[in-house]
Write a new protein. Structure first.
Length: 602
């Protein structure tokens, strides 16, 4: 039966069979693209995308093996993301392929054009330098294709498909592979963007957490330990922070992902390099040290013998060290390294570490300044305590001698001068007592001895001591009280408060009358109000009057240390009371003291 007769009897021609096969193949490929689209919709990371693309491409074509490489963060190499049905050696031979390498995948990434190998015969001609390496994975007469994955005009990866025999690629198959590569490239880019957003959010959170850690304590060691804990394992498998202290000693704070690395770092310390070499720590030169990929040669080229031994045992594969820099010089170093994780630092990591180092520098400087201030305050308070004690002894003796002279002097002029001298000694004694009180209060040694005290009687006693001063100032002082007002207070401390307030009223009252009023409040408080009609205090200067050495008037015109109101506030609040001040220039000042008549705990 001839072909024409066969066709008339219903037997399909070769052409019809070919069309049917092409239609079936097109349908299969369309289904493959749809399946790939579905698989990629759930792929959230570049490696998830690589797995979905390789497995669907190998199944659809079908191919004997496949692999997908991603361009690394530095843009100078391909990293194997996923391989299917390859010889076991591919993970080692092609884990990382430099873009400059004479290999098919590297050529596809460099040029942005597919590389088609229709059989092994042409392999030796095109890639003689790397034929042996390629043969380890593509044996015999294998055919393969390397498809660049291009997104936004740049290559983001390479898809390779392998067949174990010679074969050709027709136009339709090449077009299908091109569509497959386009879909894969878009998915890789989308996953990269998602991963970048996640990293950005994680880095922002990490920076915020580290900043909060630095701000929680003025203990340098505690703050830096918190930072090191926060950075591992996000930015490294171990973190080392070296800080030079006021004594110029470099102290090391660290954290590591393994106990073995932690033990190594605990036994180590930084010291200046003994000879020129590859910088390892930023403290060596004051410049950042950034080596995203390090090897044994780098380890052997840097540091001294002890430093090299530490690096050998830490076995880093990536190293990053940034200085803690101040205008005065390098304060320390923040160092991060990857080892067991096999990860590598990026430019983003360097930027984040630099910002962390800047914030750590500010925190360390603040802590050092705080401790220096505390030391200075402690030295000052110690001096005040010693000075006040030493001054009291000769003042007491001098006052006794003057009192004896005042009583026994036959000359009125001598007695008058002796009386003035006694007054000045009393004034000097009050200043010395103020120094003693401020030193005690600074050390937290304000001790109260509550006892029954009549506040009205106490005010009369204080005013009697100021009788001479009131006569000299020409100031009338009036005490108003409904009757005795008793409470449980420390008599000496409350006496000091009333003395300070009356002294201020006389000093700044400009000779105008001063009024003291003692009343009882329904809330169980005894209220003492002292009013003068003197110079008054501007509102902007009132806020700091209750602070130590707070002043609202020039020192050259008015004496004193500026401790009276501060001391009064300490005593009143120690009793559980309140003190506040109201004043206006030219109107005068009113100070109100409220003391609970039965303080808590008595």
């Amino acid at each position: 039966m001839n072909r024409q007769a066969g066709s008339r009897l219903g037997f399909p021609s070769d052409e019809r069979r070919a069309r049917t096969r092409r239609a079936e193949l097109a349908s299969t490929r369309l289904q493959s693209l749809q399946a790939l689209t579905l698989a990629l919709s759930g792929a959230l990371t570049p490696r998830d995308v690589a797995s979905a693309v390789v497995e669907e491409a190998v199944r659809a074509l079908p191919a004997d093996a496949g692999a997908l490489f991603l361009v690394d963060a530095e843009g100078d190499a391909l990293e194997l993301a996923h391989a299917l049905r390859h010889q076991p050696g591919i993970e080692t031979a092609f884990a990382r392929v430099l873009l400059t390498a004479r290999m098919p995948a590297a050529e596809a990434a460099r040029t942005g054009e597919p590389v088609w190998m229709e059989g092994g015969a042409t392999l030796a001609l095109r890639y003689p330098e790397t034929e042996a390496t390629i043969r380890a994975v593509y044996p015999g007469e294998a055919s393969f294709v390397c498809l660049p994955l291009t997104a936004r005009a740049r290559v983001v990866g390479v898809l390779t498909l392998t067949w174990l025999s010679e074969r050709s690629f027709d136009a339709e198959e090449r077009a299908f592979l091109d569509m497959l590569a386009q879909q894969a490239a878009m998915a890789v880019e989308r996953a990269r963007l998602l991963a970048a957003e996640r990293r950005q959010a994680e880095r922002a959170e990490l920076l915020q957490h580290a900043t909060a850690t630095l701000a929680t304590s003025l203990d340098v060691g505690q703050s830096l330990r918190g930072v090191a804990l926060a950075l591992v394992p996000s930015l490294g498998d171990f973190c080392v922070i070296d800080v030079r202290g006021p004594d110029l000693e470099v102290r090391r704070t660290f954290h590591a992902i393994t106990p073995e690395a932690a033990a190594l770092l605990a036994a180590s310390h930084w010291h200046p390099p003994e000879a020129p070499g590859t910088p390892v720590w930023a403290l060596d030169t004051g410049q950042p040290v950034f080596h995203p990929r390090v090897d044994a040669a780098w380890v052997e080229a840097g540091g001294d013998a002890a430093g090299r031994e530490l690096l050998r045992r830490l076995a880093p594969c990536s190293w990053l060290s940034v200085p803690l820099t101040t205008p005065e010089g390098v304060l320390g170093t923040l160092t991060l390294g990857h080892s067991l994780s096999g990860r590598h630092h990026t430019e983003e990591d360097l930027t984040l570490a630099t910002e962390l180092a800047r914030r750590a520098t500010a925190a360390v400087q603040n802590a050092l300044l705080f401790h220096q201030t505390q030391q200075a305050l402690q030295l000052r308070d110690e001096f005040l305590a010693i000075a006040s004690h030493e001054l009291n002894t000769p003042l007491t003796s001098l006052k006794l001698q003057l009192a004896r002279l005042q009583r026994g002097a036959p000359d009125e002029d001598v007695r008058t001068r002796a009386s003035a001298a006694v007054h000045q000694v009393d004034r000097l004694g009050r200043l010395v007592r103020e120094l003693l009180e401020v030193s005690r209060l600074s050390e937290g040694r304000l001790h109260l001895d509550p006892e029954p005290v009549d506040l009205v009687e106490l005010c009369r006693e204080v005013l009697s001591r100021f009788s001479d001063e009131m006569i000299r100032a020409g100031t009338a002082v009036h005490l108003t009280a409904p009757g005795p007002l008793t409470g449980r207070w420390d008599r000496a401390r409350v006496d000091g408060v009333v003395t300070h307030l009356v002294s201020n009223a006389l000093k700044y009252g400009q000779g105008q009358p001063v009024a003291l009023e003692v009343t009882d409040s329904p809330e169980g408080f005894a209220r003492l109000v002292i009013r003068d009609r003197g110079i008054g205090i501007p509102a902007e200067q009132q806020a700091h009057l209750f602070q130590r050495f707070g002043r609202a008037v020039p020192l050259r015109h008015y004496g004193g240390f500026g401790l009276g109101l501060w001391f009064s506030r300490q005593v009143v609040e120690a009793h559980g009371g309140r003190i506040h001040l109201e004043s206006a220039p030219g109107v005068g000042t009113t100070v109100t003291v409220e003391l609970p008549r039965s303080p808590a705990g008595t």
